[in-house]
Ligand binder design. Structure first.
Ligand SMILES: NC(=O)c1ccc[n+]([C@@H]2O[C@H](COP(=O)([O-])OP(=O)(O)OC[C@H]3O[C@@H](n4cnc5c(N)ncnc54)[C@H](OP(=O)(O)O)[C@@H]3O)[C@@H](O)[C@H]2O)c1
Length: 349
């Protein structure tokens, strides 16, 4: 149904499926069979770019290191449909899962132990290929640069795996413009994946201009503000997971309703959903920057992903884009969900 977008010479669907949300992060996850059923439906509808990571999924009791269970969930689907999809995964967060409840039951973000050492690059790749049951990954991202390892070394090791056919294209997540330039000098980088949405716009300062200059695509993660921008969440919905503990969806929930109202107002004027308008704004901004832009929203419901795909047909006027540009200025609270400012690229820029 839908046309493809080119990230370098990798052709992907205009939006991807963020598979993290299928597992466990926001509210309850799905069973593996339910998750695959949602994915089959979305693939049939034209969402063929699948985004996972070795760290996604509920860790098995007593396990250490990347949980790997989201990748494992995908394996039976890939056994049937490898040729129908573009498969992206990530490595480098070696120590813990991205977000889960602490031992005391309190929601927290637990992401530690970034590892970009060349020997770990090879081990992580081997493990992802095994869990996914595939011979090659179409787009393989470094999830976070390792502050203890020059990015040239990590990307050099990743490039060896391209040469061996285990990976087709390289990507980087939450890199600064400077890290991106250094990495790209070692091996062409196909895409940067970092947070970008109506309410999280730090990447516009340095990273997007660098992508435009170097001819690198951009894959906005959490393009719906982890669900907030959709206008479908209640305070109770987020109280049970880590979002309720963040500044934006915790203490500033009420203050941020003004930002949400502006999104809803434009959505009503356009005759589209908040989600569709949020994604259409990203496409419009991607064109402004001259950067191929492929957002990867996540949902447990295929119908919502199909609604999200229809955002490619939503046309915003210049005035509507300009009004939406004002959303970020209304937002209260930091956008970094992690206690460490350096966890996201703007914290190092
Ligand atoms: N590289 C990184 O460091 C990084 C970090 C975070 C995320 N990611 C990737 O980006 C993907 C997406 O980010 P995200 O899951 O954090 O946030 P998101 O896509 O901004 O929001 C996800 C939430 O929005 C809801 N939703 C989706 N479509 C909807 C619709 N049409 N109407 C109403 N609600 C809708 C989903 O709820 P329901 O499930 O209830 O529909 C889900 O809870 C992840 O799955 C992951 O692959 C990468």
């Amino acid at each position: 149904m839908s046309t493809k977008t080119a990230l370098g010479d990798l052709q992907v669907s205009p939006i991807g499926y963020g598979c993290m949300a299928l597992s466990h992060v926001y509210g309850g996850g799905l069973t593996e069979a339910e998750a695959r059923a949602a994915l089959h439906e979305a693939i049939d509808a034209g969402i063929t770019f699948l985004d996972t990571a070795d760290v996604y999924g509920e860790p098995r009791p007593g396990s250490t290191g990347p949980a790997g269970t989201n990748e494992e969930m995908l394996a039976p689907l890939l056994a049937e449909r490898r040729g129908d999809v573009q498969l992206a995964t990530k490595f480098g967060i070696a120590g813990d899962t991205v977000a889960r409840s602490g031992d005391d039951g309190a929601p927290r973000v637990a992401a530690s132990g970034v590892n970009g050492r060349p020997e770990y690059v090879r081990t992580a790749n081997e493990a992802s290929l095994r869990r996914l049951g595939v011979e090659t990954i179409d787009l393989w991202y470094l999830h976070r640069p390792d502050p203890a390892v020059p990015i040239e070394e990590t990307v050099g090791a990743m490039a060896e795996l391209v040469a061996q056919g285990r990976v087709r294209h390289l990507g980087l997540s939450e890199v600064t413009a400077e890290e991106l330039r250094r990495a790209h000098a070692v091996h062409p980088i196909t895409a940067v994946q970092s947070e970008w949405s109506l309410w999280s716009r730090d990447v516009e300062a340095h990273v997007l201009p660098a992508c435009a200059e170097l001819g690198i695509g951009f894959v906005p993660y959490s393009p719906l503000g982890r669900g907030f921008l959709t206008g479908t969440l209640t305070r109770e919905d987020v109280a049970g997971d880590f979002r309720g503990g963040t500044a934006r969806m915790g203490e500033s929930w009420d203050a941020n309703q003004a930002a949400l109202s502006l999104v809803s107002e434009i959505a009503e004027a356009v005759g589209a959903s908040n989600s569709q308008v949020s994604l259409a704004w990203l496409f419009a901004k991607g064109r402004e920057f001259g950067v191929p832009t492929v957002p990867i929203p996540g949902s447990r419901r295929a119908a919502r992903m199909i609604e999200n795909l229809a955002s490619t047909r939503v046309e915003l006027t210049h005035e509507q884009v300009a009004r939406l540009d004002a959303v970020a200025g209304l937002v209260r609270g930091t956008w970094n969900i992690h206690e460490n400012p350096a966890w996201i690229s703007s914290g190092r820029e």
